[in-house]
Design a protein around this ligand. Structure first.
Ligand SMILES: C[S@@+](CC[C@H](N)C(=O)[O-])C[C@H]1O[C@@H](n2cnc3c(N)ncnc32)[C@H](O)[C@@H]1O
Ligand code: SF4
Length: 351
């Protein structure tokens, strides 16, 4: 009887339909409200930040910057990951303008690299930048990394006062191995030169550092005796790194695959030199994204994809904008000991 009256009443059917539709609508609405509230006000778990997206990364301070102002070099190291793809060098005044912008953005340490930084204008361009950074910008730390082959005593007399640290790269204490690597120009002795520069550093009060790249040609060497004798403030030991477009892949000027060593081989080398107190190891993992690298156009180079992707130039868009595309991993920078006593005024140079 009840059923028949319900079936018979179109009004009741209509009401039933309306209440069902309202019910579905309310349920959808509550879900939408939950999502929007969660995302906008943070009451639900927010989506993980995309660390690859510049918007999601906090502002980076360019505390320590590596400026590769030239790509040209007189050596032919087979593993080199910063090759002569252009011969461009900024005019001096533009380079100074960029350095000033970096200082204003928080730079404390500048390292000049290349290519070979002493090649351009026989080291005068480099000397002027070193002097500018110390005297005009008053940077706590000014350093250079060089193969050492072009440095003259005259340079130390003129610019030594303004330089905190000079790093010379030396991968072997065996001349033949240096020849095989390409860490040489003609038959000149790379090692004799290293000792000569070490003495000039002592004489002109510049902290002396050594960089070595561990690769298939030197991985079995024991350098303990020579390093202890040279007594650098730091001995940076790098695991040979591949960078697409530089020393690997089709567009590259070097083929460094035959130089690459595994993590275990790198560890063996480090264990053999465990007694060298100034040793600072840098595996591929530590090295890849822990440097702020500026190229010859003052563009930051992002190595996260295994190649060097350039930002826009600091000179065109300023530091804040350019640095968003640097791929810099500040945590790894700190983990690898990137911040250390880097001003010679704070070091006890016991020579
Ligand atoms: C590109 S070089 C430029 C400065 C200078 N020409 C020199 O060799 O010291 C800067 C530093 O990177 C190191 N280096 C070059 N290629 C490398 C690679 N494939 N893996 C790790 N370090 C490398 C060099 O030995 C040097 O210490
Ligand atoms: S690593 Fe060798 S080839 Fe590369 S820039 Fe330095 S000296 Fe030149």
């Amino acid at each position: 009887m009840l059923l028949s009256s319900l079936i018979a009443s179109p009004k009741v059917i209509l009401r039933l339909c309306i209440s069902t539709v309202l019910c579905i609508f309310a349920s959808v609405l509550s879900k939408v409200r939950f999502w929007t509230r969660g995302v906008c006000k943070g009451t639900a778990t927010p989506p993980a930040p995309d660390l690859n997206s510049p918007e999601d990364r906090g502002a980076t301070t360019p505390t320590s910057v590596n400026y590769h102002f030239t790509r040209k070099c007189n050596y032919k190291c087979g593993f080199c990951f910063h090759t002569a793809k252009t011969s461009f060098v900024l005019p001096l005044e533009e380079a100074k303008r960029g350095l000033k912008l970096l200082k204003e953005a928080g730079m404390e340490k500048i390292n000049f690299s290349g290519g070979e930084p002493f090649l351009h204008e026989k080291g005068e361009f480099l000397g002027k930048l070193v002097e500018f950074c110390k005297v005009d910008l008053q940077l706590p730390s000014v350093s250079i990394v060089s193969n050492g082959s072009m440095i003259k005593e005259r340079w130390f007399q003129k610019y030594g006062d303004y330089l905190d640290i000079l790093a010379i790269s030396c991968d072997s204490f065996d001349e033949e191995t240096n020849q095989l690597i390409g860490r040489t120009q003609g038959r000149k002795s790379h090692i004799e030169n290293l000792y000569k520069i070490r003495n000039w550093c002592q004489q002109y009060k510049v902290a002396f550092k050594i960089n070595s790249v561990i690769n298939t040609f030197n991985l079995h060497e024991d350098m303990t005796e020579q390093i202890n004798q040279l007594n650098p403030v730091r001995w940076k030991v790098f695991q040979c790194l591949l960078i697409d477009g530089e020393n690997a892949g089709e567009a590259a000027l070097r083929e460094a695959e035959r130089f690459v060593i595994g993590d275990e081989q790198f560890k063996d080398f480090l264990d053999r030199h465990g007694g060298v107190p100034c040793l600072v190891p840098e595996s591929n993992e530590k090295m890849r994204n822990s440097y702020l690298i500026l190229d010859e156009y003052m563009r930051f180079l992002d190595c996260r994809e295994g190649r060097k992707d350039p930002s826009r130039s600091v000179l065109d868009v300023g530091v804040k904008e350019a640095i968003l595309f640097s791929g810099f991993d500040e945590k790894m920078f700190l983990k690898r000991g990137g911040k250390y006593v880097w001003s010679k005024a704070d070091m006890r140079l016991e020579w």
